[in-house]
Design a binder for this molecule. Structure first.
Ligand code: ASP
Length: 454
């Protein structure tokens, strides 16, 4: 059985929805269809989830909601009209939204916000189920409440309560036909609607794939496959081949350094259950897309992708004979821990220790406090914070046990006149990381792409 998830761009209008139905009907194994709320119809459009957030804010501010409500209803009505689904489904959606709005004075603002946000996927799932029926195929909407999608944690940033897996597996154990399931939300133990972080329909799909032990989790989006580097930096990458297969490890390393096609946290349930993940394009369903799985056949000496992530800074601490000072590293990290800062990497030299952290955790106004605390704790000879650092990540299982991979990268950067401020290779050999100045990022990615994929 396959679980397939369709994102907002795949469900933005009637034409897209028809493609989704064609895709599902083309393969009888596609039994569970997870849907997002309708996305943007064109570049300047607004996602239904954003319309709902605006609607919730209007209601929370005590203002009149009719215009904002009508805008949301119009999005569903447009699809229903184009697909000739009749008025009934639109009336149901409108009534659902009105009853959610009535809760404004009964719920905490964060709870009310989630109730409204969830309406985007919930009503879309109902509409998509009706659209399948209109195409003569039996399909039913399934509710996260009835099937046991139990969430915990903060509203708007909820996580799955692991009790859900058994409940979901049981709920799906004897169903027939196609089930359309809304992504992005579930229910707390107290029965309140709670949403995952934005983009959370991917999480729903991944959870369901794990719960029903699907053969594959198909994630339909709007790219043919994952490209080996960011096409906004290297346009030519679109002319070449996409990545046919990659391992979970490779995916994690690339997603960490900014590969935007998927959120690495979203796929954790599928990865833990060892369910292969297939990234595919709704607009080109014949393309096989990128398959992400536990292992793959690798060609020695090859790289799967080159990623780059901006927004890092580096705390550099130097002290003569640092290596003889027991507990130096622990005390350094303790200062960061006490300030609630998590660190990313920690390359070190004989008398120097660097700690790479995300700039968002060390804003300029916090810097003075941290530096003072570190000076007091470590009495360093020199300490500074370097900002505007970009991390390059060169990733591939094929690099393991292959000499010269790092040399090739260094040579490419040197030829492009780019200086490296740090190099870090983990013991897995599946990736290495090079820190450069942000202004050199595009040149660096281009040079590395040419060197490894030329
Ligand atoms: N509709 C939600 C969002 O826009 C969730 C999703 O599409 O995955 O964030």
């Amino acid at each position: 059985m396959k679980v397939c998830k369709f994102g907002g761009s795949s469900l933005a209008n009637a034409a897209q929805l028809n493609k989704v139905i064609d895709i599902v009907l083309a393969d009888p194994a596609r039994r569970i269809v997870v849907v997002s709320a309708p996305g943007k119809r064109d570049k300047n459009d607004t996602k239904v989830t954003d319309l709902l957030i605006a609607l919730a804010k209007t209601a929370l501010d005590g203002k009149k909601t009719d215009v904002a409500l009508a805008e949301v209803v119009a999005r569903y009505a447009e699809m229903a009209a184009e697909l000739k689904l009749g008025d009934e489904i639109v009336k149901l959606i409108e009534a659902d939204l009105v009853s959610r709005l009535e809760q404004v004075s009964k719920l905490e603002p964060a709870e009310f916000m989630d109730l409204l946000k969830a309406a985007g996927e919930d009503n879309n799932a109902k509409l998509v189920a009706v659209a399948f029926e209109a195409r003569g195929k039996k399909a039913r909407y399934a509710s996260p409440k009835d099937t046991g999608m139990v969430l915990e944690g903060k509203f708007g940033d909820a996580t799955l309560d692991p009790v859900s897996y058994d409940k979901l597996a049981k709920a799906f154990s004897n169903f027939d036909g196609i089930v359309v399931y809304p992504g992005f939300f579930g229910y707390t133990k107290e029965g309140k609607v709670a949403t995952f972080p934005r983009g959370g329909s991917d999480i729903t799909g991944s959870i369901l794939a794990a719960a029903v032990r699907a053969d594959v989790y198909e994630n339909f989006t709007d790219v043919d496959s994952v490209y080996p580097c960011d096409p906004r930096i290297v346009e030519d990458v679109k002319k070449g081949e996409g990545i046919p297969t990659m391992t979970y490890r490779e995916m994690r390393e690339l997603a960490y350094a900014g590969f935007g096609v998927f959120a690495d946290e979203a796929v954790i349930p599928a990865v833990k259950a060892r369910i292969p993940i297939n990234i595919r394009n709704t607009n080109h369903p014949a393309e096989p897309g990128t398959m992400i799985q536990q292992t793959r056949r690798v060609t020695p000496g090859t790289v799967v992708g080159i990623a780059s992530a901006d927004g890092f800074c580096n705390i550099v601490v130097e002290k003569y004979l640092m290596n003889r000072e027991i507990g130096f590293g622990r005390r350094l990290l303790q200062v960061l821990e006490e300030e609630g800062i998590s660190y990313e990497h920690m390359p070190s030299g004989v008398d120097s220790q660097c700690v790479v952290v995300k700039e968002q955790f060390l804003p300029k106004d916090k810097e003075h406090k941290i530096i003072s605390a570190l000076k007091k704790e470590l009495a360093p000879d020199f300490i500074t914070v370097e900002r505007d650092i970009t991390m390059l990540m060169i990733v591939g299982e094929g690099m393991c046990y292959t000499p010269g991979m790092l040399a090739k990268a260094c040579l490419a950067l040197a030829s492009a006149g780019i200086s490296m401020s740090m190099v870090n290779q983990g013991s897995s050999e599946v990736s290495f990381m090079i820190a450069i100045r942000k202004q050199d990022r595009d040149g660096a990615v281009k040079a590395l792409y040419k060197a490894f994929f030329g």
